[in-house]
Design a protein around this ligand. Structure first.
Ligand code: NI
Length: 258
């Protein structure tokens, strides 16, 4: 028997399925999921969600594109949520995104750094969103992160960049993109990084893996991500599932052992 930990799923953002339906589809593969927040309102939604479902854990954090909504109260709210809910097990998703809007990069950096400091104070791992901002993200983490474990979510960089991250002890989380035919770089990362640094995710409702590319993604599709990584590395599905679950439990000791 195996279990899969999906380290990044927006199960609360699906349009074609309810949370109950999407969780039901996770039962056969024994999938536990961790749901990120993205702004100063969704932190409360995630708090409620994880209280309701035992298969769901959560992150609180403000996404780089939402940096303008971040204020002093946001940190106080996040702290209160964490102190009252031991199933909030990380800070995320936080980071830098230079793809959509480059007009407030300095603010993105400032809010990222504040949330790294906060994660350090809370002694919680950080789920990092990084898009077209590779070395700025890594340099900020090198400079400011003291004691938090770090996950690069939906990793899209080169193998060289993955190796730079791993040198810093940063985990690499792969999602549906690894199943895309033209995702040469991500496949290379999946094949070559040490298995001890690998994690699985879906980032649903986005980035649906083959064979459902084009349809809405859901957390149970993490099995296609695991299958693709297994076939790329020439190992079994169970080995990918078991090792990545062990890695996730090392980062998140609060996850129950069922
Ligand atoms: Ni996401």
């Amino acid at each position: 028997m195996y279990r899969i930990i999906n380290t990044h799923s927006h199960i609360n953002m699906l349009k074609e399925r309810t949370v109950d339906e999407a969780l039901k589809n996770c039962e056969d593969e024994n999938i536990t999921i961790i749901v990120p927040s993205y702004d100063n309102k969704s932190i409360f939604e995630v708090d409620e969600l994880v209280k309701k479902y035992s298969q769901i854990y959560g992150y609180v954090g403000v996404f780089p594109e939402e940096a303008k909504c971040f204020n002093d109260k946001t940190l106080l709210d996040m702290e209160l949520i964490i102190k009252n809910n031991n199933r909030i097990i990380g800070i995320g998703e936080v980071g830098l995104d230079y793809y959509w809007d480059k007009s407030f990069i300095d603010l993105q950096k400032e809010i990222f750094i504040k949330q790294i400091d906060f994660a350090n104070q809370m002694n919680l791992p950080i789920n990092v969103h990084c898009r077209e901002a590779y070395f700025d993200t890594l340099n900020i983490l090198k400079e400011y992160n003291k004691n938090s474990k770090v996950i690069m979510h939906c990793f899209s960089g080169s193998l060289e960049f993955a190796k730079e991250c791993i040198k810093q002890g940063i985990y690499i989380s792969l999602g549906g993109v690894v199943t895309f035919k033209n995702a040469v770089k991500v496949k290379e990362v999946a094949q070559n990084i040490p298995l001890e640094f690998l994690l699985l995710e879906t980032d649903d409702p986005y980035l649906t893996p083959v064979p459902f590319r084009g349809k809405e993604n859901q957390p149970s599709y993490v099995k296609y991500v695991a299958q693709e990584i297994a076939s790329l590395r020439g190992i079994t599905f169970e080995e990918v599932a078991n090792t990545t679950t062990q890695n996730a439990k090392t980062i998140f000791p609060q996850i129950n052992s069922n």
